[in-house]
Design a protein around this ligand. Sequence first.
Ligand code: UDX
Length: 434
Amino acid sequence: MDDQINAPELTSRIAIIGTGYVGLTTGACFAKLGHDVVCADIDPAKVESLKAGKIPIHEDGLEAIVQEAMADGRLSFVLGSEEAVKGREFVYLCVPTPQMPDGSADLSFIEAAASEISPHLGHGTVVVNKSTVPVGSTLLVEQALGRADCPVVSNPEFLREGSAVSDFLNPDRVVIGADDQQAATRVASLFLGVRAPILVTDPASAETTKYASNAFLATKLSFVNAVAAVCEAVGADVNDVMLGMGYDKRIGHQFLKPGPGWGGSCFPKDTRALTRIAEDAGYDFSLLRGVIEVNDDQFGRVVKKIESAAGGSLDGKSVGVLGLTFKAGTDDLRESPAIEVIDRLIAAGAKIRAYDPAVSVLEMDGVEVVADAYAATEGADVVTVLTEWDEFKWLDLDKIAGLVANKSIVDSRNILDRGAVRRRGFAYQGIGRN
Ligand code: UDX
């Protein structure tokens, strides 16, 4: 089925406020679905680059969609939200909701955006919260708008970095939270070209669904990493344990890979925010606090492995690091477990040479970023894999054997062939495997 709506009456006029990962993907994909979209940002350089069809983020397929939609006249970029919202039926708020020191979400950007657009909205324009916002934020946006004729709707995003376009166009579900049923129906109509269940509920339930989904995924991963620790202690192999567990349809095979811990711009922020939201509402979410603690411990467990692989002390030792981003397929370093581990290695006196296919510059004392994986292993007392980039699976181990000072590898993503590594005389440590 043609995934562009060509029927004019089904084409809606949408404004997107904020052109980060969420805003740019949302705007481009709505245009791909046949809507008329204008995206606004406050950063002049970013707007100029977007107008030239250049996008600042590493997302498969996004640049092509942006360029095609601009050529079709369905997508444009402007500086500032005032011009963007004029004559628009929907205004999507896709501005950052960063984490405050106490774990709560900083809603100042959302409030500022709402107050700024309010005087310029047409009667009946639907304002939509796309950013991940705490329960009750729909009310906060209504107050900031100060207009009873513009309903506010929650439409949380479930986009993964690196697959955001496919996650938007082929979602597992669309969630819409609104008190105004007509507004909910209007937002649902934007997704006509998308084959997925559309859940319409109240704002609080929609907002909680987003946080609870991320918190559950983080819980699943902390559980995997904790079981990996048990496997090491009892002599089991976590890869086989996770395979055995995943056949249970209630568990599933996805999101069962052990690692150095979870990171990124969402899980750490959202798990802390939900813990805080619960606490403020009078519930002590001890389970989720435990999930966060297990994750913090995981960074330390990986550092300990590297320390023992380097002979028991990291002081003055050279560590070859493969992978810096928080996961493969993205160039994002925000709250990357790899950076957390490197921080601790440097604190223990190690010298770091690091390679990541998506990172050429890293402002971090004590880390030399090199141009390829082999250069990272030169003279290393221990080599460690911290991000699961495919290219690390096919490295020439004989070549590495000739480059390192000591043949020892800590594979925090269990992506290397343990047998092949050991046959070449390397000491190999994985996660949850002996
Ligand atoms: C996540 C959610 O998946 C997405 O639905 C939400 O909208 C935003 O947050 P993202 O942060 O892009 O997406 O990353 P994700 O792919 O979920 O991975 C999060 C972390 O978990 C990464 O550090 C990744 O390396 C780690 N991970 C993931 C594992 O360690 N093992 C796995 O099996 C899967």
